[in-house]
Ligand binder design. Structure first.
Ligand code: CIZ
Ligand code: SF4
Length: 319
């Protein structure tokens, strides 16, 4: 509609004027993802977002996603201005892993390497030996097993449990979860599979173990998108944030993509396959942040220097 196109053309103009590039996560709304693509930015998972921002020549990065993604961009490229449509978009994993409690936990096990998921604060990353995202966690943990390391894993217990099962790693687990993925239910997937016997089940490992067990493919967002292209099934049941359907349908429009069932609807489901914090990224607040130069991400420089070490370690490992 008219309001939407007004904001879109305004944002396009502001991005150019300000030497800015838009970096969006797969879980943001379609209109934001489409705009990032149209303007030469990128749509990606958190690992690729970090890489893209790190390598791009623009002096301003506009990060559409949740807070830790903006912080990661700022830590990796402190010389750039990093802005976000909103500074209120957090993540249940970040909330579930406060630095003081986490640091005290780590202090009890000085012989263990500390591995944290990217979905954490800068302070938690600064306390870690390694940062991982879901697309590279398995490889990094296997590497650490080769080095005979014992681990502390935080914060996602489902992803951690999946990795432990796959690798046999000695991991002490922090107890936190993603409010979106934790709502998926194995029973609902069993029922759907009866309706769609040709369907392949794609599951993000932040989901509970019972749901992961139903999967034909378990993987990060980018890995699930690849599977939706390479598998020949005509139908996919997908257990991750529904924002991912934009890219899946764009790449294989002739296939059918169905949202995996969650606990219920309305009152019993807090987040029903769409992250409430990702959803806070809208055209209007994106335009306002660019126009007024607000919502700038700042990370304490001493903290940023420490957090950069495990982040760079991850990017170097992935390279
Ligand atoms: O659940 C998230 O926030 C994900 C999948 C982040 C990422 O690694 O892209
Ligand atoms: Fe955090 Fe889950 Fe939202 Fe991802 S989908 S940002 S893990 S709450």
């Amino acid at each position: 509609d008219a309001e939407k196109s007004h904001y879109i053309s305004k944002i396009k103009q502001l991005l150019k004027q300000q030497d800015a590039v838009l970096v969006a996560h797969y879980y943001t709304d379609e209109v934001i993802q489409a705009l990032a693509e149209e303007t030469g930015g990128c749509v990606a998972d958190s690992l690729e977002m970090a890489r893209f921002g790190n390598q791009h020549s623009a002096s301003t990065l506009v990060v559409a996603g949740v807070r830790f993604m903006g912080e990661t961009a700022k830590i990796l490229t402190p010389e750039k201005r990093v802005i976000m449509p909103t500074l209120e978009a957090t993540c249940s994993l970040d909330i579930g892993c406060p630095i003081d409690a986490f640091s005290a936990f780590c202090d009890q096990y000085p012989d263990r390497k500390v591995v944290v998921y990217a979905n954490t604060s800068a302070a938690v990353k600064a306390r870690a030996d390694w940062v991982v995202t879901s697309s590279i966690a398995l490889e990094i943990v296997e590497h650490l097993i080769d080095e005979d390391e014992k681990l502390i894993w935080a914060p996602d217990k489902h992803l951690g449990g999946y990795i432990q099962k796959q690798t046999g790693a000695d991991m002490l687990m922090w107890d936190s979860a993603c409010i979106v993925h934790e709502e998926f239910k194995a029973k609902g997937i069993v029922d759907l599979k009866q309706l769609y016997p040709d369907a392949a089940v794609l599951v993000h490992p932040e989901s509970p173990a019972s749901v992961v067990e139903m999967a034909d493919v378990v993987g990060s967002t980018s890995q699930l998108i690849k599977a939706s292209q390479s598998l020949s099934n005509p139908v996919f049941i997908v257990a991750t944030d529904r924002g991912i359907f934009y890219k899946m349908r764009q790449l294989t429009p002739h296939k059918e993509f169905i949202e995996a069932p969650t606990a219920g609807s309305g009152a019993t489901c807090r987040s029903c396959a769409h992250c409430p914090w990702m959803a806070m990224n809208q055209l209007e607040n994106l335009a306002t942040a660019l126009e007024q130069g607000t919502n700038t991400i700042e990370v304490d420089s001493a903290l940023a220097e420490k957090a950069m070490i495990p982040l760079r370690r991850m990017l170097d490992f992935a390279a």
